[in-house]
Design a protein around this ligand. Structure first.
Ligand SMILES: [Zn+2]
Length: 88
């Protein structure tokens, strides 16, 4: 069961196909471009958990002598991941 997408232009609700997730599609009712979120994909969720685990692991590794180095490394990875989500 997929979350329905609601067109921001005409409020029409429809179910996107799998290959349309995370992309831009034309609304079947008004034909305008609709951004389909792919954030509910299990693979995407796994990737986000992976990024957090990676950030914490990197932080622990960098912080093994200087804890603040670890905090900066963790923060940097999370900040980059946060910025990257706008690119997809
Ligand atoms: Zn529409």
């Amino acid at each position: 069961m997929r979350d329905p997408v609601i067109c921001p232009h005409c409020k029409h609700s429809f179910e996107p196909r799998t290959e349309q997730l995370g992309g831009l599609i034309a609304c079947p009712t008004c034909g305008r471009v609709v951004d389909v979120p792919g954030l509910h994909d299990p693979l995407w969720q796994l990737g986000r958990i992976g990024v957090v685990v990676f950030a914490v692991a990197l932080g622990l590794w960098f912080g093994r002598h200087e804890p603040w180095h670890g905090a900066i490394a963790t923060g940097a990875v999370l900040a980059i991941a946060w910025l990257l989500r706008f690119a997809f």
